[in-house]
Design a binder for this molecule. Structure first.
Ligand code: ADP
Ligand code: MG
Length: 398
């Protein structure tokens, strides 16, 4: 790995580690509805405590846009984290400043403090060097454990990493290792699945993948645009007709680069966008009326896809193959996910998946835990799939 990890630091007794975490947790009526992001940070915090460090946790919450917005305070997270950690977590009313510095100084070795929402300061999102220097003043080392914020060049993710000895936290390390195995240095043959609603949101991703994968299955609503571009009738399906040329360009690029593209061979068609709507399964060549909409791929498509998967060593997946929220239009996604899980469990496949709806679809299929790695990083995961340099990761690789 081109960056230092916590295994590269020995003794931190009484020294302060400034740790960027992602505590942007979902909240309803003041209660945390999913504490995954807090749990994900525990290995790093515990490792630093074990090394005798004072741990100052730095995070953003919501979008206060550089102003103090009391409703977006991170204070409510401190008790929730303390409960998970089994030890007290202090709270500082400001991410920087003399009072915060004094509060950190007052901590015992192995003590933990959460700092107020870093986005209350305008210098955070502008990646202001002076604000980064104020952050750096608080600590002896910097640890970034927030892969999900690494696509932003902000003071707490980028500039500060250049001012202190910088390390990747445990969750950052885990995520980067998994992503490298899937797309950086994968075992071949490699297979990608890209689905979801629209081509327009995933153009860069498709272009990057056709340049590097051995095979790519395109599904979901975005497949309709490709089918339309190839001259198939897609009826009233979701389809970005204005992207016809772009779709053809991607197909040509795939051919040049030797990436085998798989599109649906058969489709599940309905007229009403609702669960259990009357539907039929038909080959691509069968006619569609203007009211017919393609909501899922059919069994022949799943068979072709799983056959290729059976011969693949690596799978990278973003985007469901159909409208998985509405059964039975979840069938192709669920069957494919179950097959990927089985291959992964028997050690034949490294399967890495990510994307908000993709994670929901894998959970719906009951196989999220059986994949090699499932990224919940959203934007950062997609930018990484697009082949972009993530500023927060680049800053660790000095
Ligand atoms: P992710 O969040 O994993 O990146 P997307 O947001 O790109 O995925 O796409 C997920 C959405 O795509 C889902 O809401 C799903 O219903 C929709 N979708 C999948 N197939 C179709 C289809 N054939 N027609 C319309 N929408 C579809
Ligand atoms: Mg989505």
């Amino acid at each position: 790995m081109p960056f230092k990890t916590l295994d590269d630091v020995s003794d931190l007794n009484g020294k302060t580690a400034l740790v960027r975490v992602d505590f942007n947790v979902p909240v309803e009526d003041g209660r945390i509805t999913d504490d995954t992001r807090l749990k994900v940070a525990l290995p790093t915090i515990e490792k630093l405590i074990a090394k005798g460090a004072k741990v100052a946790l730095l995070a953003h919450f919501d979008r206060p846009k550089g102003k103090v917005v009391p409703a977006m305070s991170l204070k409510f997270v401190a008790p929730a984290l303390a409960a998970l950690l089994g030890k007290p977590v202090a709270f500082a009313d400001d991410a920087v400043g003399d009072k915060t510095e004094a509060a950190i100084k007052a901590l015992p070795a192995g003590g933990v403090i959460l700092l107020e929402n870093v986005r209350f300061h305008p210098g955070e999102e502008t990646n202001d060097p002076e604000f980064a220097a104020e952050l750096a003043r608080l600590a002896d080392i910097y640890v970034n454990d927030a892969f999900s914020a690494a696509h932003r060049a902000h003071a707490s993710t980028e500039a500060v990493a250049r001012l202190l000895p910088a390390y990747a936290g445990e969750s950052m390390r885990r995520e980067l290792t998994a992503l490298d195995k899937a797309l950086g240095n994968p075992e071949r043959p490699t297979l990608g699945i890209v689905g979801g609603s629209k081509v327009s949101t995933k153009l860069d991703l498709l272009k990057n993948l056709v340049g590097s994968l051995d095979a790519l299955a395109i599904g979901g609503g975005m497949a309709n645009t490709f089918l339309y571009a190839q001259g198939h009738d897609v009826g009233g399906s979701l389809c970005e007709k204005d992207l016809k040329e772009t779709a053809l360009e991607i197909l040509r690029e795939a051919q040049t680069k030797g990436c085998h593209i798989m599109l649906p061979l058969d489709v599940v068609v309905a007229q009403d966008f609702k669960a259990n709507a009357p539907h039929r399964t038909q080959p691509l060549s069968a006619p569609l009326s203007a009211d017919d909409k393609i909501f899922d791929a059919g069994p022949l498509t799943v068979e072709a896809l799983t056959n290729v998967m059976a011969g693949s060593k690596t799978l990278i997946w973003n985007g469901p193959l159909g409208v998985f929220e509405l059964p039975p239009f979840d069938a192709a996604t669920v069957a494919t996910a179950k097959f990927a899980a089985q291959q992964t469990k028997s050690g034949k496949l490294v399967a890495v998946a990510g994307g908000g709806d993709t994670v929901a679809a894998l959970n719906h299929a009951g196989v999220a835990d059986d994949m090699t790695f499932v990224s919940t990083a959203g934007g950062a995961f997609l930018e990484w799939m697009e082949g972009k340099v993530l500023p927060g990761v680049a800053a660790l690789e000095q």
